[in-house]
Write a protein of this length. Sequence first.
Length: 365
Amino acid sequence: MAATTDLVVDLGERSYPIRIGRGLLGCPGLLDEYVPGKQAFIVTNEAVRDRYLDPLLASLPRVDVEYACIGDGEAFKTLDTYATLMDRLVTGGHNRTTAIIGLGGGVIGDIAGFIAATYQRGVAFIQVPTTLLALVDSSVGGKTAVNHPRGKNLIGAFYQPRCVIADIGTLETLPTRELKAGLAEVIKYGVIRDAAFFDWLDDNLDRLLALDATALAHAVATSCRIKAAVVQTDERETGLRAILNFGHTFGHALEALTGYERLLHGEAVAIGMVMAADLSSRWGKLPRADARRIRGLIARAGLPVKPPPVSADAMLEAMGMDKKVVDGRIRLVLTDAIGTAALTDQAPEVAIRETLEAGDALCAE
Ligand SMILES: NC(=O)c1ccc[n+]([C@@H]2O[C@H](COP(=O)([O-])OP(=O)(O)OC[C@H]3O[C@@H](n4cnc5c(N)ncnc54)[C@H](O)[C@@H]3O)[C@@H](O)[C@H]2O)c1
């Protein structure tokens, strides 16, 4: 096992560690202190089970473990899946000291967390993320949810895990497209909070794409540190936490308009960040050269930077349906320098429309 980095998400009595390292899964006793009783219930899917269930079981030698595989993908993050898992817990005789373990990407972590938040009014929850997006984003911060046919993540709870086991070795089997989608969120942290990290990403992107373990561990740890700091300040998203949505209002609209099929979430966020950078500079807040740097890094990561052909009107309407709208004004996270971001409802509509119509000219001269 490589050296580990331990971070703490400091939320008073709900504080928890994030253990980051390569080869963590399989270490005996890894999870002992986080499983309160003698039972655990692992939620995963077949693709992840085949690769990582055995190592996880080796980390739980003293516990009675049951596991359930759900279907693969966003389409299974539903109340139906939730009900099936609840039936398994009840018929399996799981009591209040059982621990729910989410082993997989963000879909698994989100639904497993919601199960943990609600089974017998809340039982211990452990996150074992296996995608880059889940390692740097969804496993940290306590947002859990399932989707409703009318919208993503409409049913859920804030519920913090007891610990996060971030084994970067799991990224070695992740499809490249999913790795790149996770990189979009990593780049986001640099843009919104840490200019030096953005510079580091600029210099080390090739190492990350080549799965260099040291570089990945640094990127995951820095991302988690930034997310933890934001969540510690604003756990329930009444203020600062909104900056984590940089690129997401545009991104969610693109996902919705393309039927949630054409773009991965991280790819939509990548285009959304290019749009947010473009708007920030059109509005005169962000130097054009910085907007170009943001677009350039996203493009070098192999992520899309050009929106699919959707009309500005359709985008405005889709953004109007977004949860981040208050009193009819579109609230967007924009940046005035790499390393800072803020939520604003003051962006001029003319500039928003220009950004939505810019196409391949986003962030251009
Ligand atoms: N809770 C939060 O704060 C938060 C934040 C961001 C996103 N999310 C949610 O996360 C979800 C997206 O997560 P995701 O991008 O991880 O997608 P995902 O969970 O669908 O995983 C992507 C794909 O990778 C596969 N996979 C997972 N780990 C693998 C591995 N190590 N090797 C090979 N294949 C592997 C999965 O089976 C799946 O096909 C969305 O539902 C989104 O709403 C939640």
